[in-house]
Write a protein that binds this ligand. Structure first.
Ligand code: GUN
Length: 291
């Protein structure tokens, strides 16, 4: 059994991007991160995105509009970023406070600056298998992690647990694409699936993205399978200083001994998401005419 080291693979990608960005003369790529409210996970993600950008040489700007900002004002803020020639990528951190319509905000971002890949245009590009668009970062990160871990998908059965717009659905579409590194046979399971464990057990590659702590247990996994754990769940743990620890959607201790490869939480898919955001930002910069 091999534990796939997402930190190491993401670090390699970040080093490649750093070399690429350091060769750019003149203006560097720029990402603007918009965070509304003080959701602790969002605070930590935005910080991490800013730090990784700095490491690569990508400029990052953070905007913190007031938590009570109205929909129209937030959309006007996005319009301003769309028009700003110095901004290559725009990311509005999810989740937004309840009074805001997140889908409408994502749709307001110019598709050429939508480095998160959540705009309907870019999701459409994923459906079409057209790599000119921006694929969402977590699904793209999973594909990169599999490729860099020498996991062959062609003809194999990928079972995705979860149908979210951010992970489950797009990763299913990416694995299905007609191209080297994809060409999988894909099944998507969700909360209404009948006998999910029997389908999960058929997976050569099992991608768990349901957002339920340690949901996947040993009886749901075929011996020798590859398991990708996308979950990041906080469970209370009074023995930790923070009062909680992070666990995935997979019960690691019982599943790991069975599999050929598995990603840990933390240190698996998570670091890849940030690395792919940076890759999309450099791609946006180049597509907008940066050199
Ligand atoms: N919240 C959790 N993950 C993400 C992400 O990849 N992008 C955005 N915008 N918000 C998130």
């Amino acid at each position: 059994m091999e534990v796939i080291d997402g930190n190491q693979i993401a670090a390699a990608l970040v080093a490649e991007l750093k070399a690429e960005v350091s060769a750019i003369r003149g203006r560097k790529p720029c990402i603007t991160l918009v965070r509304v409210g003080e959701d602790p996970a969002s605070v930590s993600y935005v910080k991490k995105k800013g730090r990784t950008a700095a490491e690569i040489g990508i400029e990052s700007r953070v905007l913190l509009p007031p938590v009570g900002i109205a929909q129209a004002e937030l959309e006007a803020l996005v319009d301003g970023l769309n028009r700003d020639p110095g901004v290559d990528g725009i990311l509005v951190q999810s989740p937004l406070p309840d009074h805001l319509d997140e889908a409408a905000v994502f749709a307001r971002i110019s598709p050429e600056k939508d480095v998160d890949g959540f705009h309907p245009y870019n999701l459409g590009k994923v459906v079409q298998g057209d790599e000119a668009g921006f694929a969402p970062c977590t699904p793209a990160g999973i594909m990169e992690l599999l490729a860099r871990s020498s996991v062959e998908l062609e003809g194999r059965h990928v079972v995705v647990l979860g149908r979210s717009l951010i992970v489950g659905r797009p990763v299913a579409l990416l694995a299905l694409q007609r191209r080297a590194g994809a060409n999988a046979t894909v099944t998507v399971c969700h909360s209404k699936t009948v006998d999910l464990p029997s389908i999960a057990r058929q997976a050569d590659v099992l991608i768990a993205a349901i957002g339920r702590a340690e949901f996947v247990t040993a009886d749901m996994v075929k011996p020798g399978a590859v398991v990708i754990d996308v979950g990041i769940n906080r469970v209370s743990d009074p023995s930790r200083k923070a009062g909680y620890r992070l666990v995935g959607d997979v019960h690691f201790e019982s599943v790991a001994p069975l599999v050929s490869k598995i990603t840990p939480v933390p240190g698996g898919v998570g670091p890849m998401t940030v690395a792919m955001l940076m890759k999309n930002t450099v791609k946006a910069f180049r597509r907008r005419g940066g050199c």
